[in-house]
Design a protein around this ligand. Sequence first.
Ligand code: HEM
Length: 404
Amino acid sequence: MIETQVDVTSAYFKANPFPFYAQLRAEAPVFPVTINMPTKQRVWLITRYSDVQDVLKDARFAKNPRNAMSPEQLKKRPWMPPMFKPLEQNMLDLDSPDHTRLRALVHKAFTPRLIEQMRDEIQALTDELLDAAEPKGGMDLIADFALPLPLTIIGRILGVPAKDNDKFHRWTKTLLSAGTNTNYVVFIPTIMRFMGYLKKLVKERRAHPKDDLITALVQTKEGSDKLSGDEVLAMIFLLLIAGHETTVNLIGSGTLALLEHPDQLEKLRCEPAIIKPAIEELLRFVCPVEMATERYAREDITIAGTTIPRGELVLAVIGSANRDANYFDNPDSLDVIRENNKHLAFGLGAHYCLGAPLSRLEGQIAISTLVRRMPNLRLRIAPDQIRWRGGIILRGLEALPVSF
Ligand code: HEM
């Protein structure tokens, strides 16, 4: 019997969702659950690799609900505070042609060649963070290492002052907790502060251009009228969140996975050159983005014998696809030299992760440096005290106390 009341957003579930997904892949690969986001809503979980692949590439699933729902369904959508409006223009929530136009404007800033030029800067920051932690003999690997690294780097790319990093991480954390404990009393003031902050930043760059991505986005609007004011805000908002709330999970949960598999950690320590396949394997195994973001059926769509009615919400479960035994040998084993690793950690199709080269480089540098510099790295708490964050899309740790 499949547990129908399971809360897939709870911290408890996040600690080990894999047995549930294995059961779904075997017995009910298209499975309805109810999620609080922000009202109770039926969501279809897609769990087999081949179906996840199809859904991510299938244009019959829209990102923008307006392209899928009937007028009656749209009327019944939960109320959203008006200050959210501009953020609806972020490209991850749009379909072509808007999506294509917006993505074309930023993709040049994230090509593998440009990102490779940041190698020394990422290495220097990694060493700086470990230099600060080393004399203390231990750290919270999330707060002191896995988080500040991607947060600082995406902040620098965009041109967000480093002194504000903690502030905007606090805001994004509150916003991402939506769906688990949606509480408008904290949610609305947070979004207002965040929007106010972004607007001020954009205004400043308009008046005093700098060599950063926010200036480039602002000038795109002024030069060719290609980006509206709302689109600029939504783009910065998306890049800030996607740029750090994901990679923190790769470095954090990835390190935990290595600590839990000492033979694999030893292999990496003895053979640092395998860092590239090792990071691909950690991406597959820990799934920093557990589910692809929302997609809505534009028509009744049948998958694996189950029909998803028009307008309903589908979540393609990447974390399940990456453990599908039809595509990976011994999928529940961590194998840092796994070959032919066609994981879906960065998604697929039109919305394939824009930041994949950046997060790969950050992950490779962070984990290889940690393994090299901290040969006695170990957990400072009992495994049953490890706390995971609740939420819908992402999967990551609250904290990871370690000693060196
Ligand atoms: C380990 C780290 C990361 C993982 C696992 C990851 C995963 C993903 C996935 C699965 C998607 C597709 C979502 C969907 O189709 O619903 C995506 C999209 C996206 N990612 Fe990442 N991501 C990571 C890091 C980053 C970074 C560092 C950036 C910074 C630029 C970034 C920016 C984006 C953007 C802008 C999109 C939307 C692309 C579009 O709509 O065309 N990601 N990411």
